[in-house]
Write a protein that binds this ligand. Structure first.
Ligand SMILES: [Zn+2]
Length: 89
């Protein structure tokens, strides 16, 4: 059984977040410090197509950008955004 937790995410009876489980099952382990973002900002839409993993700092910047510009970036735009925000090694 799953339910919606107080933060609006779907979780199972053990408190595992459904969007992270779905992402992990498809792509493998989520790196430490990374979060799984809902592209359409609907926290209950856990379709794999709606999920992308990002470093937490980049995720925060993404939400700040989207709020500031009253927009939502697509998956392709998010990868451009990440490339611009992650310093080259
Ligand atoms: Zn997000």
């Amino acid at each position: 059984m799953s339910r919606i937790n107080k933060n609006g995410y779907v979780e199972d009876k053990n408190g595992n977040l459904e969007h992270r489980i779905i992402y992990k099952n498809a792509h493998g382990k989520i790196p430490k410090g990374w979060v799984v973002h809902h592209i359409d900002e609907n926290k209950t839409n856990n379709d794999l197509q709606n999920l992308v993993a990002l470093p937490e700092r980049i995720h925060n910047l993404l939400h700040a950008f989207q709020t500031k510009h009253k927009t939502r970036l697509s998956r392709a735009e998010i990868s451009f955004f990440m490339r611009g925000k992650i310093p080259k090694p």
